[in-house]
Design a protein around this ligand. Structure first.
Ligand SMILES: *Cc1c(COP(=O)(O)O)cnc(C)c1O
Length: 422
């Protein structure tokens, strides 16, 4: 069905005048359950996790238990952000000065910053049309210094874990999964975060479930877990282990408060329903769009590897992507160009200023200055495949609140815009 009405950007009637759904997920579902849990913490007046009284039954301890159950790992550690989860994971797997860590060129800047703050050099690898790490480029970027890879399940899409784990095993790399944008996702039936050596989650408001700020680290290794615990709290071993299996080293304070842990427990209960709705919506939407030949979808979109938290599609070139995003927005479906050169979006490596300049907080160049003879360099040409994909990608936020009517409107707007512009 093709609408021949004039495009709204050209003064025609828009497909939709009703406001679009919120871009948030878990935080939109906040309600009586979270309120009751948070109030209970206030009433108990036990707002710090590691008070000796009730240590084992703290909200944060309960959240860790729930995460272990949900992800299926032996250990979990609640922290105060996704970034601190990544930093603890890097320390846990032994990354430090002199090492390189491969990361995708399309991820939130925190992935790159976490590597640099533990004294290692981030090495950029391409993403493929799934918008996750390209396993071939991962292998191409490995050097004798490579210690680990951070695999990012970007925009709710599970990375190609079979291929990535095979490369990592062949080259003896530690694998950290950054699940910040795909909490609740799976790969061949296995929960994301449980496939690599360590999995990292964020509970910031833009993510699937939210506590404002918060994070979680999961692993099956007791030793890695103890190292992460020690780093998240310099006195961690005093509270957490009956038997310490690792030597002491200095840590930070990345502890989660009881209030945030309680809020997260309420959110976690809601996650199965939330994720069921986003997956189902996305599957139906991809079905509707399969016949629209003027847009391209990755074969993984709408499959098990897609949590359904956004719709991304590709058009012929950057100019068409810009026009398509503008035209869809005018039709009442807020859309944006994934790489808008004017927007300085911190998901795209060319906008990570400190990395491009190899700059540390003191105006010098640590850790890059350590790596003598290293050929690691950064420029807009470092990952051309990634930029080529992102420049012609258009994105629409989806969530659990999207209805059949909303899906029909997206389809109608895309078909209308495709008819006129693509
Ligand atoms: C949000 C995000 C992070 C960081 O999480 P915070 O909780 O904001 O620190 C890391 N990686 C990715 C891919 C993210 O989207």
């Amino acid at each position: 069905m093709v609408s021949v009405e004039k495009l709204a950007i050209h003064g025609g009637p828009p497909v939709r005048t009703k406001p679009w759904v919120s871009k948030y997920m878990g935080s939109e579902a906040l309600g009586a359950e979270e309120k009751a849990r948070v109030l209970q913490v206030l009433e108990k007046k036990r707002i710090f996790r590691y008070l000796p009284d009730g240590l084992e039954t703290s909200e944060a301890a309960a959240l860790e238990e729930e995460y272990k159950r949900f992800v299926g790992t032996d250990y979990a550690l609640a922290v105060n952000s996704g970034t601190s989860a990544l930093i603890c994971a890097l320390i846990a797997v032994g990354v430090g000065p002199g090492h390189e860590v491969i990361i995708p060129a399309y991820t939130w800047v925190a992935t790159a910053a976490a590597v640099a703050v533990v004294g290692a050099v981030p090495v950029l690898a391409e993403v493929d049309s799934s918008l996750t790490l390209d396993p071939q480029d991962l292998e191409a970027k490995i050097t004798s210094r490579t210690k680990a890879v951070i695999v990012v399940h970007m925009r709710g899409i599970s990375a190609a874990m079979d291929e990535i784990l095979a490369v990592a095993q062949k080259h003896n790399l530690m694998v950290i999964e950054d699940v910040a944008q795909a909490n609740g996702g799976t790969y061949r039936g296995r929960p994301l975060g449980s496939l690599g050596h360590v999995g990292c989650f964020s509970l910031q408001q833009s993510k699937v479930i939210a506590a404002g700020e918060g994070g979680m680290l999961v692993t099956n290794s007791e030793e890695l877990w103890q190292r992460a615990v020690l780093y998240h709290d310099g006195a961690g071993y005093q509270f957490r282990f009956l038997e310490r299996k690792i030597p002491a080293f200095p840590g930070q304070n990345y502890r989660l408060t009881e209030l945030q842990a309680a809020l997260s427990l309420g959110q976690l209960e809601k996650m199965p329903d939330l994720v069921r709705a986003t997956r189902e919506n996305k599957r139906k939407l991809v079905e509707r769009l399969r016949n629209q030949e003027k847009i391209e979808l990755s074969p993984v979109f709408g499959t098990e590897r897609d949590l359904g938290v956004s719709l991304i599609f590709y058009v012929a070139d950057e100019e068409k992507a810009r026009l398509t995003a503008q035209a869809l927005t005018a039709e009442g479906i807020p859309a944006f160009q994934v790489w808008d050169r004017r927007a300085r979006d911190q998901h795209i490596y060319v906008n990570w200023e400190f990395l491009m300049a190899k700059r540390d907080p003191w105006g010098r160049s640590y850790p890059w200055s350590l790596a003598e003879g290293s050929s690691v360099d950064y420029s807009p040409e470092t990952c051309p495949q990634t930029l080529a994909l992102l420049s012609r990608a258009v994105q629409i936020h989806l969530n659990h609140l999207v209805t059949e009517e909303d899906l029909r409107d997206i389809e109608a707007a895309i078909n209308k815009v495709a008819f006129h512009l693509l």
